[in-house]
Design a protein around this ligand. Structure first.
Ligand code: PMV
Length: 318
């Protein structure tokens, strides 16, 4: 047998992501900052097959692209990619794996969709620019999130820190010095759609209060961008704490998140907050490099089921 049989026709991957500042408020037009997490990835492989099938290994799911309902995220991204490239469904088995925990605020849904698009592009020998890939992934985010802001698809496709305002192209910004984070998972699965829906209901009931909270989060994101551009890492800690207070007032923190945030601060983190949809999922702690291990251990001791250390590297974008 030829060795080709044991190798996929093509591969694609995309990283996880954290939201540094501005989740939820970003849905209502305020700015937010997010960064890729290269320590965890979603991956897709294209194998020859009789029909077009997506095999989601971690979910033990097998989806036949031609038969699946319109709201199946795997079939949807495959069909959208074929439409964008004006190709018929290919005879491929698209095998998907992911190290990014699901429903945990690390962008697993967007990363899986982006990995599938990239693998299919490689399989077809075709190209789409990042804006076009991000737009395809956004369509699937609507299934996951209801009314997504577009920040998740943007950051996992562009794979760089983004300053994001809904409906606008992502704006590059400079990261003057490395920014170190420890990310800890509460182990509580929390679908973003639910948290986003609850915030929306609360906003409808008390618009002036929620608009003020969104304004506060937006102002914090503005100040955080300036601090990151200047390399003033110490100024970021209090901004994260302040953003967490605002998120808690929005009703999206949880006792498990609060425990981990408290433990990280007690272990010397410069600041800490939930990241993503909240109610569970992950929190992030800003740390000095030399203190990362201590905070990592404290988070495990406080009950985190998984802890990742990551660094947002400096960029030369001005
Ligand atoms: O997918 P998550 O849980 O990382 O959350 C995305 C961030 C939100 O602001 C809560 C929703 C959105 O669409 O921006």
């Amino acid at each position: 047998m030829s060795s080709q049989v044991n190798r996929p026709l093509a591969r694609g991957q995309a990283p996880g992501k954290i939201i540094l500042f501005g989740e939820h408020a970003v849905v209502y037009g305020r700015p937010a900052i997010a960064a890729p997490v290269q320590q965890v990835h979603a991956r897709a492989e294209v194998w020859p097959a009789a029909a077009c099938v997506v095999e989601a290994v971690d979910l033990a799911r097998r989806v036949v692209a031609a038969d699946a309902p319109a709201d199946d995220p795997f079939a949807h991204i495959v069909r959208l990619t074929c439409e964008a490239l004006k190709r018929p469904l290919p005879p491929w088995r698209i095998r998907v794996t992911s190290e990014i925990p699901i429903a945990a605020g690390l962008g697993s849904g967007a990363a899986i969709s982006a990995a599938i698009v990239r693998a299919m592009l490689a399989g077809f020998g075709a190209e789409l620019d990042n804006a076009a890939i991000s737009a395809l992934v956004y369509e699937v985010e609507k299934i996951h999130h209801g009314a997504p802001s577009g920040i998740d698809n943007t950051v996992v496709v562009y794979e760089q820190p983004v300053w994001y305002v809904r409906g606008q192209a992502p704006r590059p910004f400079a990261v003057a010095r490395p920014v170190h984070f420890v990310i800890a998972d509460t182990g509580v699965a929390s679908p973003t759609r639910v948290a986003v829906g609850d915030v929306n209901r609360a906003w409808k009931q008390d618009k002036s209060r929620y608009e003020a909270l969104f304004d506060a989060a937006g102002a914090i994101a503005d100040q955080a961008r300036v601090a990151i551009e200047r390399g003033d890492i110490r100024a970021l800690g209090p901004l994260m704490d302040e953003n967490q207070r605002v998120l808690a007032e929005m009703g999206v923190s949880s006792p498990e998140l609060d425990d981990l945030i408290r433990a990280a601060r007690a272990a010397g983190a410069l600041g800490a907050k939930l990241s993503g949809g909240g109610r569970g999922g992950n929190m992030i702690a800003l740390v000095e490099e030399e203190n990362a291990d201590r905070v990592h251990r404290a988070l495990i001791a406080a009950g985190a089921i998984r802890v990742i250390s990551t660094t947002v590297p400096p960029t030369d974008v001005v």
